[in-house]
Design a protein. Structure first.
Length: 196
């Protein structure tokens, strides 16, 4: 029988800074498709702003950060993530939509290696000291008009074609551990010659 694990939170400041540093390093290599002089926001600021939304329960994280900057002279987006200028939603979408998701995938491996090196994965080991991976699927785009070659389709009863994108999102889980560790998502795309 395994010894009881000591469950420690992943919120230690040093580890958090290391993980954000890994993320910043990957984001600094994102391609910038812009031409011309409209370069007010950097790619890294846009990506970090989008990422930072997951660290609050505020309905509009970025609006709250702008308000905090105005009233206190500083904000969490800058102090926690190093965001220099907080873009609005439209510039974030405009900058990040053209980026191939695979260009962000190295951050998953970097973070997993960092957690292993710092001994944090031992708190997630479970049955026979293995890591348990839970998977879930979700749709993240849906339209009856807008579509691309990567869209999956379904025929509605009305005969209308419905286009959507979906993804399988694996995470490392452990009973008794409130946190999960996300792994590289797998996008579901149509395959030539195969029915879904």
């Amino acid at each position: 029988m395994n010894e009881p694990r000591e469950l420690k939170p992943l919120s230690e400041r040093g580890l958090f800074n290391t993980i954000v540093g890994c993320f910043r390093q990957v984001l600094s290599s994102l391609p910038d498709k812009r031409t011309g002089k409209n370069i007010r926001y950097g790619m890294k600021d846009a990506a970090l702003s989008a990422f930072s939304v997951f660290f609050t329960q505020t309905p509009s994280f970025l609006a709250y950060q702008r308000m905090m900057q105005g009233s206190k002279g500083k904000n969490n987006a800058e102090s926690l993530f190093g965001v220099h200028q907080i873009p609005t939603d439209n510039p974030i979408r405009g900058l990040l939509d053209p980026v191939n998701p695979a260009q962000v995938f190295p951050v998953f491996e970097e973070i997993l290696q960092t957690l292993e090196q710092q001994g944090k994965l031992k708190n997630f080991r479970s049955v026979a000291t293995t890591l348990l991976v839970a998977m879930d699927g979700t749709e993240y785009f849906s339209s009856a008009q807008i579509h691309c070659p990567g869209c999956s389709t379904r025929q509605m009863k009305s005969g209308e074609t419905h286009y959507f994108h979906s993804v399988v999102t694996p995470v490392i889980v452990c009973p008794g551990q409130a946190q999960v560790i996300p792994l590289v998502p797998e996008f579901i795309v149509p395959q030539d010659g195969h029915d879904k």
